[in-house]
Design a protein around this ligand. Sequence first.
Ligand code: C5P
Length: 316
Amino acid sequence: MSRSGSVTVRAPAKINLELRVGAPRPDGFHELATVFQAVSLADDVTVTRTGGRLSDGIEITVEGAEGVDVAGVPQDETNLAVRAVRLLGDRTGMDDGVSVHIRKRIPVAGGMAGGSADAAATLLACDLLWDNGTDREALREIAAELGSDVPFPLLGGTAIGTGRGEQLTAAMCRGSYTWVVATSSTGLSTPAVFAEIDRLRDGRVLPEPRVSEDLMSALRAGNPEAVGALMANDLQPAACSLRPELLHTLEIGEECEAFGSLVSGSGPTAVFLVGDRDHALGVSVALQAAGVAAAVYTVAGPVHGARMVEGPSWRT
Ligand code: C5P
């Protein structure tokens, strides 16, 4: 039994350095090949014992840190974090009541897997609070049931994702990468962006998606300039078709000689790979001057996956 009444776990946002999307599968998902990198923008999830039972209901509260707008985040049983508690409870036979508090820094519906990071953090936090000791592979499987992007924030670092994005292989990556992240004031729905890519492709026969070998060797060599030139996102035309103003945002990165400018995942967040903090400042100032972003952050990657930042003292 854990001695403390609460555990806080921090889980990172992701950037897709490459996102290749294949044909829709019979289950409605698309076959993917992607390269994820975890970055230093993270949400904190605190789970606290209520003394009651899970079956009594799970209270969830969501707070926006550093100006993040959390208006679009459901604060009820439909939140992926609550579904994470329920699924872990079912799988491990636990019914000890918890409440969930999320402190968000990751943009909401921005293509950086913020909701998935919260679910991943919740799984680990509950597992620690309940002292289940579920092994990482079993947690990963539960994460994959919750959503395609939920396993990656548990792992962190840089990794290749296949299947619907949930099958992960850690990738060798040298060095540190500096990113400028530009958010939009309104999110994009992931299913809507996948539907738009299907519409744009109009039934074309597609090859099996694979990540670029050149990109993997640029990551192994620790060469951000080469990585930037090789970044690609098959969902970008779909995100730009739904949000044409993103084209202008991406042009600003090119004007400022970012190594690479890309829509992150299903968007609408745009990411720019730069050389150092000075280069980041130049890109940030240009984005702010153009008024194209709701917020601009400079972050670094890769960072580690979900881990406890506060909890039972005998564990730290
Ligand atoms: O797995 P997740 O719940 O994050 O997926 C959200 C939606 O995104 C799916 O319902 C589907 O419309 C789309 N999606 C997809 N192919 C993937 C991942 C997600 O079509 N590989």
